[in-house]
Write a protein that binds this ligand. Structure first.
Ligand SMILES: *Cc1c(COP(=O)(O)O)cnc(C)c1O
Length: 364
């Protein structure tokens, strides 16, 4: 049989497994969503006020380069606003990076349980994704370096990583960078930077400043503004220049720019979220660590827990859902069938999740 003649996607596009977002619970249910690492304390009140202010003139195009947002970020993080590119969520920036630096015949390297958007953007650009084994759910610098070939153009590193919550120290990231050729772009995705408490961690800004082949990608999504989609990136001038050429000319809307700028300056709210998260992340980790359950130490705003078997993980998922708590199954998108990822939520949610899982533990 001959194939019908019709528009055909580029090679590789139909091999992409679509991104699986965290579930929200059954329609109309009052379930608490602990599956997408959203803020349990809402958004910064200052960001909400800025959003309302912005809504007065929805007929006007936004300033295309997100200048007011870049200026706020520059001020708060001590970087030159001209080194920043903003995006419609950091996913937007990851796609742009892949389009600029990857093409047919190229390879991008990532750790096996790295963020599931990297294979999507890599394949969408026509390149091949190379998955590298980890050491106990942590990126392995030596293995990543060993996977580099002459075709490698990009290394994707989420630090801390989603869905495992593990991180690489500043020294390890520097060792990774030092082992890469200067024509390979190291993308440090610090989506959870605000939540890190480890003293030997670095967001990656120093490396960006010192080198010509490193970018740091950030997001507001995990800090209370997931709905309005704001990502940002800091990179060397030549990378920034290339990204500006292909990004959507108005890729961040004005309400998002204004809310993002206000949120960036609201360091008190950031601090409140960070402290809430650190407290309940440590509490939940200690509560759940038992002889039957393994909690991987996390630096992010979620924890990954490992059961003996995928069946036990599935049963825990169902039992939590029946109790009104939707967590993330990480078999389907990440291949960790015996794992669940639980976002750090309110005190009430954390106490209930611990209670449900501990009562299951006893009956097994
Ligand atoms: C959530 C997440 C992002 C995506 O953030 P958006 O700005 O919402 O697109 C990027 N990287 C990692 C590692 C994440 O977990």
């Amino acid at each position: 049989m001959s194939e019908p003649i019709r528009p055909k996607p580029q090679p590789g596009i139909l091999d992409i497994a679509p991104y699986l977002p965290g579930k929200s619970g059954r329609p109309g249910s009052q379930a608490v969503k602990l599956s997408a690492n959203e803020s349990p304390l809402g958004a910064s009140p200052k960001a909400l006020a800025a959003m309302i202010e912005a809504s007065a003139h929805l007929e006007i195009y936004p300033e295309g380069s997100s200048r007011l947002l870049r200026e706020a970020l520059g001020e708060v993080h001590g970087v030159d606003p001209t080194s920043i590119v903003c995006g419609n969520g950091s996913d937007d920036l990851l796609h742009l990076l892949a389009q600029v630096y990857l093409g047919d015949g190229d390879e991008a390297v990532m750790n096996r349980y790295g963020f599931s958007v990297y294979p999507i953007v890599t394949r969408a650009a026509g390149a091949k994704i190379v998955l590298v084994e980890e050491r106990d759910y942590r990126a392995d610098v030596d293995a990543l370096l060993a996977a580099v070939t002459k075709r490698t153009k990009v290394v994707w590193l989420a630090n801390p990583n989603n869905p495992t919550g593990t991180y690489l120290s500043d020294a390890e990231v520097r060792r990774l960078h030092a082992g890469l050729r200067p024509d390979i772009l190291l993308v440090i995705d610090s989506a959870y930077a605000e939540y890190v408490t480890a003293a030997d961690y670095s967001v990656g800004l120093d490396l960006v400043r010192e080198q010509q082949n490193v970018v740091m990608v950030r997001t507001f999504s995990k800090m209370g503004l997931a709905a309005i989609r704001i990502g940002w990136l800091v990179g060397p001038d030549h990378v920034v220049d290339a990204l500006h050429r292909i990004r959507g000319p108005f890729n961040v809307n004005l309400p998002a720019q204004m809310a993002g700028a206000a949120a960036a300056r609201d360091e008190e709210f950031t601090q409140r979220l960070r402290e809430h998260n650190a407290h309940w992340r440590d509490w939940l980790t200690a509560e759940l660590s038992s002889n039957r359950l393994r909690v991987i130490p996390s630096q992010a705003n979620f924890i990954m827990i490992l059961f003996d078997t995928p069946d036990m993980a599935a049963k825990a998922f169902e039992t939590l859902a029946d109790s009104g708590y939707i967590v993330r199954e990480i078999g389907p998108s990440y291949g960790i069938g015996n794992g669940l990822r639980i976002s750090i939520g309110t005190e009430e949610a954390m106490r209930m999740v611990a209670k449900v899982l501990k009562s299951m533990d006893k009956t097994q």
